[in-house]
Design a protein around this ligand. Structure first.
Ligand SMILES: [Fe+2]
Length: 251
């Protein structure tokens, strides 16, 4: 049986973050996922430790999920879904109840790093999380300038057991980001491909299009990895290759 196509990072729940702003938009986005052949999704609203308590976040998310499930039932739209979160990096992460933030029923935790600065202590936090039995998934690793300038950082994190996710849009747009992403793929430094959809105009569900831009073997690998994470199975990554800086570029 071919592996399922699963979107493990998207902002489809209504009115909870900067994603779908109401239930209508949620349903439109879910329908687009379905048209694209997406078999299952993980809802990953943003969680910012500094802005909201874990309890309030969980309550808001549960409410948005109930509304979504109700609307799906009413309209006959069937989609398999799990609750999760996109957790903004904080040194306090290991002190939180990670079972609330991990993808439901799994030990996978989606973590977003800041784009504007390279926070100190990332390695310590990732280590502490892993000591608790959780596998960190680093969200859209193509978006951090300090990583694209120094991909050995990503190599070190992945070598230490973190999983890395990339967004569909970079592959679809082509150009510089697609070139970089293809290098990451070559180096076995990225494992999951997701839409990170926020709306229907600038950041729409587009997972199928990204898979179509990939060689079949890479597409298959991303799907297999996605399925492992969704079912909470261990993901067996390929051996990462250390990027080397030669004649002004990373090879
Ligand atoms: Fe996101």
């Amino acid at each position: 049986m071919p592996p399922l196509l699963i979107d493990l990072h998207c902002h489809l729940l209504p009115g909870i973050d900067d994603g779908a702003k109401d239930l209508d938009m949620t349903m439109t986005m879910l329908r687009k996922e379905q048209e694209d052949g997406v078999d299952a999704v993980v809802f990953t609203p943003h969680f910012y430790y500094e802005r909201m308590s874990l309890e309030d976040f969980a309550a808001n998310r549960a409410k948005a999920y109930r509304q979504t499930a109700g609307a799906c039932r009413k309209s006959g739209l069937q989609v398999a879904a799990l609750l999760g979160a996109e957790v903004f990096f904080t040194p306090a992460l290991p002190t939180l109840d990670l079972s609330v933030l991990a993808f439901a029923g799994t030990r996978y935790l989606l973590i977003e790093l800041p784009t504007t600065y390279h926070p100190a202590g990332i390695e310590d936090v990732l280590y502490a999380i892993q000591q608790q039995g959780y596998t960190p998934i680093l969200a859209h690793v193509e978006r951090y300038p300090y990583v694209t300038e120094e991909p050995t950082l990503l190599y070190n994190w992945v070598s230490s057991g973190a999983i890395a996710q990339i967004n569909s849009s970079g592959l679809i747009r082509g150009g510089h980001t697609a070139k970089l992403l293809n290098k990451y793929i070559q180096w076995n430094l990225v494992h999951l491909l997701c839409s990170d959809a926020h709306n229907m105009h600038t950041r729409q569900p587009n997972l199928r299009q990204a898979h179509e831009a990939l060689p079949e073997a890479s597409s298959l690998r991303f799907k297999q990895n996605g399925e492992a994470v969704f079912w909470g199975r261990p993901l067996i990554p390929e051996e990462p290759v250390q990027p080397r800086y030669r004649f002004g570029q990373w090879v």
